[in-house]
Structure formats: C-alpha cells, structure tokens
Write a protein that binds this ligand. Structure first.
Ligand SMILES: NC(=O)c1ccc[n+]([C@@H]2O[C@H](COP(=O)([O-])OP(=O)(O)OC[C@H]3O[C@@H](n4cnc5c(N)ncnc54)[C@H](O)[C@@H]3O)[C@@H](O)[C@H]2O)c1
Length: 352
C-alpha cells in the first residue's frame, strides 16, 4: 500500500515522538517539515533527509501541497487554533496536540468547522494509548468495579523547581493559556473522562511558586503568569467525587501519573511508571494484586493515527469534541481558582 505522506508542524520536543512514530510505521513517511525557527528546520531536515523544497517556515505553504496526506501539529498551544483551522479549511487531516486551543471559544470554533467539513483527525491525548488505561476502561465497562464512588488522580513533575529554567512558552499565559493545568491536567481530565464520565462541577486551588524567570536570549526577567500547580475537587455526572493533583514542583518526580479508582465492588490503581501493569482488588479478593495487561490492549498513538487515516480506526482516538470538552473543563477550573468558588461545567453554554 502507498505510504501516507505526513507533514510535521513544530519541530520541538513532542515532534520527536511524532517522527519516531512515523519512522516506526510501515504505513507512513515523513514527507515535509515546518518550523518558524529556521535553525530547527535546517537541523531536522538534514537529519531526516527531507529535501529543501519540502521544508517550510510557514504552515500554510506546507498545507497547500497537494501531495501531502496529513499533518501533525506540535507547536506551542497559542498556535494550535490557527494551524488546525487552516488544516480544516484546506482539507488536510491532522493530529493536534493538547490542549487543543487557548480557550473553549477557540475550541468550539474548531468543533463547528469540523462538523461542517468532517475530516479524519485526532487529538493527541497520548495516555489513551497506554495498555493499562485501555484495560482499566474495559474493567469498568464490564462493571467489575461496580458503581464508581471516587477517583483520586495525580500528575506530578519536578522540573519547575529549577529556577535557572528561563521564561519559556510554558510559563507565559499568552502562549500557553494555562500552566501545569493545561500541560498535565489536560491529560488527567481526558483519562478520567474516558474512564468515569463527564465532570459537571469543579472547585480548584492553584498557584505560582517561582514568579519570575530569566528572559530567554535577552537581559532581565519576566513574569510567570500561569499556574505551577493546580489542585481540583470535582464531581462527575454519575455523582462520583474526585480529586486531581497537578504540579511541576513535586520534588523527585519525573513524569509521575497515577489514577486510583474506587467502586462499590472493586478498585484499580494505574501508575504510568509501571508499564503494561495495573493493580486491582475485585469482589472478595483479600488484597490488591498486580495484573499484567494482555498484549491485545497495546496500542500506539501514531500508528492509531495512520489507522484512522486508512479508515481502520478502533474508535478510541480523541476527537475535536473530546478536545473541546477538555478545554471547557480547563477554562472552568481556571474560573474556579480565579474566583475562589465552585463552577459548573456546562457544555451547552458554549454551543453557538
Ligand atoms: N501529548 C503529549 O504527551 C505531549 C507532550 C509534550 C508536549 N505536548 C504538546 O506539544 C506541543 C509542543 O510542545 P513541545 O514540548 O514540543 O514544545 P517545544 O517548545 O519543544 O517545540 C515547539 C516547536 O514549535 C515551533 N513553532 C512555534 N510556533 C510555530 C509556528 N507558528 N509554526 C511552526 N512551528 C512553530 C517552535 O519553533 C518549536 O520548535 C504543546 O502543545 C504541548 O502541550 C504534548
């Protein structure tokens, strides 16, 4: 079968993951590259042997290529809306990084545009592809946990503690929308939603620990105006009560992600550090036991994108609708910690 010609937009950290997935698949090839930073473009173009004619500093020029089958969008959050919007207008399927936009209004526009002009697309909620998450979803759907009462989740990193890290885009609201919440919390909100359902109200506390950082490539310091940590209490539509702890300041933690889900008949613990494993206690079992996840639950994000493009998707990929609900919940959490009160998450309110 003909290989899918994939264009990679944004050539930073996450692009390496996108490119790895393309190179590992027999179904796709890195066709073209785009980055507004000419140095990054030159380096990646050379490394991957992409001809100069298919290296772009402007995404629109890339999207106009009639041979291009689809793109991955891995730029800072502030560019997601414009690039995804142009991809829709130019009929190019896309895999878009999370959070999908800067706010729910932008996200709603993308959703409406795709409703009017449906295209294969995916939102890169990467942890949906963990076998443990897929297995947990199956257990819950089978009713093995009974009615879910509680979800306790954590997503903890420590890199923010380093005060020598400059004021990169992740610390600036105008480029990121929010801090740890959008960066890490977006993943947890998506995971708990696919496992337990819709969140209907939230109350949150958030803060900034290091308030100023060096300006990158310039003299002086600039303000960090996003959250370094965010702690949320929430209720699901089902009535289940949840807590979510998100931080870039959790000493010693690299990429620590854990969900504990407690039902009336069983419980499960998923921890990202324990690949392809989950801990469960079901029914009358005396203790939590480790379950090695059967291989059929394994999946890869990029291969799933190519399957989707080849009309062989398994229906478990995140859509723009999922991205919109995620963004709306993020906005309501921001509203909650700004106003210091409970806030309702009402999807209908955003539909135009
Ligand atoms: N799914 C995941 O697990 C995961 C993990 C890391 C990052 N991300 C997401 O990926 C995105 C990028 O994060 P990153 O860590 O790779 O950032 P990064 O800063 O390492 O890289 C971003 C790249 O985009 C380029 N860029 C900026 N504006 C551009 C434009 N208009 N057109 C083309 N290129 C442009 C920059 O020059 C840079 O090379 C973010 O939205 C982030 O939330 C997702």
């Amino acid at each position: 079968m003909k290989k899918l010609k994939i264009g990679v937009i944004g050539l930073g950290g996450i692009a390496n993951f996108h490119i790895e997935g393309i190179l590992a698949s027999g179904d796709a090839e890195v066709w073209s590259l785009c980055d507004c930073n000419a140095k990054a473009l030159l380096a990646k173009g050379g490394e991957l042997n992409v001809p100069a004619s298919r290296r772009y500093t402007n995404h629109l020029d890339m999207l106009k290529d009639p041979e291009l089958d689809a793109v991955t969008i891995g730029t800072p959050n502030s560019n997601h809306f414009a690039i995804a919007y142009d991809a829709i207008k130019l009929n190019k399927p896309f895999a878009l990084e999370k959070p999908i936009a800067m706010n729910a209004e932008e996200a709603a526009v993308l959703k409406r545009e795709l409703e009017a002009n449906p295209l294969p697309h995916m939102v890169c909620f990467s942890y949906r592809y963990k076998s443990a998450v897929r297995y947990a979803k199956k257990l819950i759907e089978l009713g093995s946990l009974g009615t879910i009462n509680h979800v306790y989740s954590q997503y903890l990193q420590s890199w923010g503690i380093r005060e020598d890290i400059p004021l990169v885009w992740r610390f600036r609201k105008e480029l990121s929308g929010s801090g740890a919440l959008g960066d890490l919390g977006s993943h947890i909100l998506d995971l708990t939603r696919i496992l337990v359902g819709e969140t209907v109200r939230v109350v949150a506390d958030a803060g900034t620990i290091v308030k100023e950082r060096d300006l990158p490539g310039a003299e002086g310091k600039g303000e960090v105006d996003v959250d370094d940590f965010c702690h949320v209490l929430s209720r699901f539509e089902s009535g289940a009560s949840a807590s979510m702890s998100i931080s870039r300041f959790a000493y010693g933690r690299g990429n620590y992600q854990q969900l504990e889900i407690y039902g009336t008949k069983g419980a499960l613990v998923y921890n990202l550090e324990e690949e392809d494993t989950i801990h469960v206690k079901l029914g009358e079992e005396r203790e939590f036991r480790r379950v090695d996840i059967p291989v059929e639950f394994r999946a890869g994000q990029m291969q799933s994108f190519f399957n989707l493009l080849n009309e062989k998707g398994d229906g478990l990929d995140a859509t723009i609708e999922d991205g919109y609900i995620n963004q709306l919940t993020i906005d309501r959490i921001i509203q909650s910690f700004t106003d210091e009160r409970w806030v309702t998450v009402e999807q209908e309110a955003e539909h135009g």
